[in-house]
Ligand binder design. Structure first.
Ligand code: SF4
Length: 227
């Protein structure tokens, strides 16, 4: 497993204040600034990845790096792929450890906004690193639990983490018994080369998702999820 733990990030106080609807020169603004300062001081976004080669394909399963994954959409996306990059990116645990506002919903809301930005920095750094080091062209990512529940069920986090190795020791990300990840602002998935764009939102029916990146695509859904 390769570890990226020196990831730069920026937190612009004015932008974050607007995002969380705080007026400048108020006590809330002072408290948020204190939290931003803490994040800048202790925050350590991180990422980890490995390289796995496809070893077998059968029906809705694909074996990569000695690990069996079950997902019709994943198997179809990897039909012509030889190499994949299992990966985890996280805001890091350090800010949670130093946070003194637990139990205060407002402080926790601000904390999540800051951690989301740190996760975004980790994502971008990992994406750029993989593309630069492995000279990748167009790529797509699939994440267990992203999209409709049966596209790639969240329980598939278990084989993903098993393939990666000791992710908790490497970058502090713990997989819980219910397949959630701690810290909460963490993502996992598999990056792979594609010729045609693919985004999980295209095979997700959730209508009111504020994070949607692409409209639902019925023909892609039919192609991926049906015989
Ligand atoms: S629409 Fe929302 S829930 Fe569905 S895959 Fe996209 S981001 Fe995830």
């Amino acid at each position: 497993m390769e570890i990226l733990n020196d990831i730069p990030f920026s937190l612009d106080a004015d932008t974050i204040m607007k995002q969380v609807h705080i007026e400048p020169d108020t006590s809330d603004a002072d408290d948020l600034q204190t939290l931003i300062d803490l994040a800048k001081r202790v925050g350590r976004p991180k990422a980890a990845y490995t390289v796995a080669f496809i070893e077998a394909r059968e029906g809705d399963t694909v074996r990569a790096g000695g690990t069996l994954f079950t997902s019709r959409t994943l198997a179809r996306n990897l039909a012509a792929v030889e190499r994949v990059f299992p990966m985890v990116a996280t805001c890091g645990r350090e800010l949670d450890d130093g946070f003194a506002g637990a139990g205060d919903p407002l402080q926790e809301f601000w904390l999540d906004a800051i951690k989301t930005r740190m996760l975004g920095a980790a994502h971008q750094f990992l994406h750029d690193h993989l593309h630069r080091v492995f000279r990748l062209g167009k790529t797509a990512v699939m994440r267990p639990g992203s999209g409709d529940a049966d596209v790639w069920p969240i329980e598939q986090q278990r084989p993903l983490f098993a393939l990666m190795g000791d992710v908790e020791a490497a970058i502090g990300v713990k997989l819980t018994a219910s397949c959630l990840m701690i810290p909460n602002k963490t993502t996992s998935g598999v990056l792979f080369p594609v010729e045609k764009d693919f985004r999980s939102c295209e095979v997700c029916h959730r209508e009111s998702c504020p994070s949607r990146h692409a409209p639902f695509n019925q023909s892609l859904w039919d192609e991926m999820q049906h015989d």
